[in-house]
Design a protein around this ligand. Structure first.
Ligand SMILES: Nc1ncnc2c1ncn2[C@@H]1O[C@H](COP(=O)(O)OP(=O)(O)OP(=O)(O)O)[C@@H](O)[C@H]1O
Ligand SMILES: [Mg+2]
Length: 418
């Protein structure tokens, strides 16, 4: 073949190959290189701007990564003490692969093929294979204690992740890590500020109210029986006693927030707490014809404040009873949650919560219940629960569908540091 023809042919072959390779690399991101990173960073920041809640934000980041990275699986594993977890996926810190990943900062099944066998790398290989992962990156880079690990499934086109793709993901992982950390701190600060505000309001209100109702209450006690029952005076007297009792309850509930509470952590028996919660809510349940059932599936060691734990569960079970119809059942359960956490759940098949109300149920004094019938309804039950959860370093989440029912999930650490 003459030389110019050979050159033209090689250029044509090379261009075709380059075009094909370029098309393949476009699979991962619509654009290559620096511009792709800039666009992904911009999109990531935009998602964060619209979603302030850290857990929902993590779920949106996962969806974004699935869409962008040509994979049907993406998980953000966050530090939960003994392991990094995302849903059911757990990557324990004490497994040899953890240190190996932290040291290198990323791994793919293909990069491990080229490396000699060590306990750490073998463990990583097994973890990737077990969960069909195509790429894992840890953030921050080079840290022995990463705060975030991103795991991607294998690509839908079955090609391996390339090194430039790994670098892009590392870049995005660090951005997501920073944003999630900030989002969590902002949420914690907001809950703390709300509790402090509530404490200040409650202190003033509850103490003054308490002083004012004490003489009325004593008067009513001393005049009890003076008026014939059924007479107009007798009825007014009974109504006044009921109102004063309600005011007393109200003051006690409000005072919960004014105290600087220090939980008394001790080893608790979940079985006993469940029994007590059922006993405390039995009258309410019987009146409404609702059954409350629950035996803890997990009844191992838990350190918590037993009085507060019981109060928290009684509040949530009480709400579930109020929401249920005659003949329905409220289920209380305890299982081992994500690593190092206890997962308590209260589920009902009652009226559910309207989406507009769902955003407000933890607000102090938000209630849809009318006081005056047999149902309490200060709108403080869930605010109190949120404070108890906060005192234990846990989280609370509520899922609800109108007409179908509600599930409240309380995640509490199994152990408390001194
Ligand atoms: N399981 C549930 N099903 C339906 N709605 C619920 C449920 N749990 C809570 N809610 C809604 O959330 C509101 C706030 O609940 P919260 O426990 O804070 O106050 P409350 O029950 O109204 O009054 P309190 O607990 O002070 O007696 C309720 O009024 C109700 O509208
Ligand atoms: Mg309540």
């Amino acid at each position: 073949m003459p030389q110019p023809a050979a050159i033209i042919l090689s250029v044509a072959v090379f261009s075709a190959a380059a075009f094909w390779l370029d098309r393949r690399s476009r699979d991962w991101l619509s654009l290559g290189g620096e511009r792709a990173i800039a666009e992904m960073r911009r999109d990531t920041i935009e998602i964060a701007r619209l979603e302030p809640h850290p857990e929902k934000l993590a779920a949106q980041f996962e969806k974004f990564l699935r869409d962008q990275c040509q994979t049907s699986y993406a998980a953000l594993l966050v530090d939960q003490g003994e392991a990094h977890t995302a849903g059911r996926l757990q990557f324990a810190k004490n497994r040899p692969g953890y240190a190996a990943l932290a040291e290198k900062g990323w791994t793919t099944p293909e990069s491990l093929l080229r490396r000699r066998s060590t306990p750490g790398l073998d463990d990583l290989r097994a973890f990737l294979a077990e969960h069909s992962l195509g790429l894992m990156v840890a953030s921050p880079r080079g840290s022995p204690n990463p705060t975030l690990i991103i795991a991607l499934g294998t690509k839908t086109n079955e090609w391996p992740f390339t090194y430039p793709e790994v670098q892009r993901l590392q870049n995005i992982a660090e951005l997501m890590d920073n944003i999630l950390t900030r989002s969590r701190l902002t949420l914690q600060a907001a809950v703390r500020a709300r509790m402090e505000h509530l404490a200040m309001m409650s202190r003033g209100l509850a103490h003054d109210l308490n002083n004012l109702i004490t003489p009325i209450s004593s008067f009513l006690v001393h005049t009890d029986g003076r008026y014939a029952s059924g007479s107009p005076e007798g009825e007014v007297h009974a109504a006044a006693r009921r109102s004063v009792r309600i005011m007393g309850d109200y003051v006690r509930e409000a005072l919960f927030f004014s105290e600087r509470l220090t939980p008394r952590f001790e080893r608790v028996e979940l079985g006993r707490i469940f029994q007590e919660v059922c006993a405390v809510t039995a009258t309410r349940a019987a009146e409404r014809g609702v059954a409350v059932v629950g035996v803890p599936e997990y009844d191992g060691p838990v350190t918590a404040d037993s009085v507060l734990l019981q109060r928290m569960l009684a509040n949530v079970v009480g709400n579930a009873i109020d929401a249920s119809g005659r003949g329905q059942t409220v289920t209380l359960s305890a299982t081992l949650g994500r690593s190092g956490f206890l997962c308590l759940r209260v589920a009902d098949a009652g009226c559910g919560i309207a989406p507009d109300n769902l955003a407000r149920i933890f607000d102090p004094y938000f209630t849809t219940k009318k006081y005056g019938d047999d149902v309490r309804g200060f709108g403080l039950g869930l605010t109190i629960c949120q404070k108890i959860v906060q005192l234990h370093g846990g989280t609370v989440a509520v899922e609800s569908e109108l007409g179908k029912g509600t599930t409240v999930t309380l995640n509490l650490p199994l152990a408390q540091s001194a």
